[in-house]
Design a binder for this molecule. Structure first.
Ligand code: RAM
Length: 347
């Protein structure tokens, strides 16, 4: 009798230990990235947009129980990003997310990373398709180009000179948005507009300020400046307001930096602008990196993954127009006098 009880107890113990083992394995397969290290390389230190992206990334990685490394280059150049990526390869991190400063110049070092089985993804500003597993894009390139082209048309009253104040000349995201704008503006509807110059403020406040002043001096008939960079639009807004200029401004800006410049009357340089939540760009990049590391996705078009409590989760990987794949966060959002106060404390 005693023997029977003992063997029953033993069998129960074996079953429960094997079930416990099974449960652990199943959990690991679901997503167990504790002990893994995820790195993000932002575009440049001192860029509040880039810092918000990093904060969103870090929040999700740490909530998943993994380690997060944030690398911030001194300038918005590929040369400043390459040594940071190389040091992450030596540290044997599990994933690198990079907001690139040059579409091609990071290819060799990102391929070195992938050869070491490090998962590589771009966010915000893309790299070449063979230098990444996938790309977390804040919004569709065409949609951003269309929103900016229509804003210039509307704010100028349909005709006249406009200039673009961009980040660096090598910047993949700004260049793709500017190219989309130019293609859209081939349409007859935009024929009254003349693009006089694309200036580059290198995502530095002082240089963007100097470039805005130079545009105002060179083109006395300028009607609109369109700045598709948060650093540029912020610098330009201050110059226009300080000078009491009649030139109007639109582009992509952080509500927290631009609320003082958005309004209906002449004292406000910016009637409206667009953006998305940069923290969400970082959060989605983190969920993507986790899904790459835990094997849920490889970056192929059509794969789907869970992004926690993010609004559009689950996300599906789609075709990117460069031949690689991408994941789009959502549409660009318009900020104007009616809603800017709601958003200025959010991001
Ligand atoms: C700047 C950076 C960033 C871009 C935003 C809109 O902060 O250039 O890469 O996405 O603007």
């Amino acid at each position: 009798m005693k023997k029977k009880v003992l063997s029953t107890l033993l069998a129960a113990a074996l079953i429960s230990s094997s079930m416990a083992g099974f449960a652990t394995v199943a959990h690991a397969e679901e997503s167990d990235v504790s002990g893994k290290t995820f790195a993000i390389v932002i575009r440049n230190a001192g860029n509040p947009y880039a810092e918000k992206e990093a904060a969103g990334f870090q929040e999700v990685i740490e909530a998943a129980g993994a380690e997060c490394i944030v690398k911030s280059p001194e300038t918005a150049t590929a040369d400043a990003q390459i040594p940071l990526i190389q040091s992450l390869i030596s540290q044997e991190v599990d994933a690198i997310a990079v907001a690139s400063n040059d579409v091609n110049a990071l290819t060799a070092c990102l391929q070195d990373a992938m050869a070491e089985d490090i998962k590589v993804l771009a966010l915000d500003s893309n790299v070449a398709p063979d230098a990444r597993q996938t790309f977390v894009n804040q919004a569709g390139v065409q949609e951003i180009g269309q929103a900016l082209a229509d804003a210039v048309l509307d704010i100028s009253g349909g005709e006249g000179q406009y200039a673009i104040l961009s980040a660096t000349s090598q910047s993949a995201n700004q260049n793709s948005w500017i190219d989309a704008m130019k293609a859209i503006m081939e349409d007859e509807k935009y024929q009254g507009l003349e693009l006089v110059e694309v200036a580059y403020g290198d995502d530095e406040l002082q240089k963007s300020t100097d470039q805005t002043q130079a545009l105002l001096e060179k083109y006395p008939d300028l009607k609109v400046i369109c700045s598709p960079t948060t650093v540029g639009i912020n610098a330009a807004a201050k110059v226009l307001q300080d000078n009491g200029s009649s030139v109007k401004l639109t582009g992509l800006g952080l509500p927290s930096e631009m609320s003082a410049y958005i309004g209906e009357t002449d004292e406000f340089p910016c009637p409206y602008m667009f953006l998305w939540n940069p923290e969400d760009v970082g959060r989605l990049a983190a969920h993507t990196a986790i899904a790459l590391v835990d094997g849920t996705i490889t970056g192929e078009v059509g794969q789907t993954f869970d992004a926690g409590d993010m609004e559009n989760s689950p996300y599906t990987i789609t075709d990117c127009d460069d031949g690689g794949s991408e994941i789009i966060l959502g549409p660009p959002f318009k900020f104007d006098p009616s809603n800017i106060d709601e958003w200025k404390d959010i991001y």
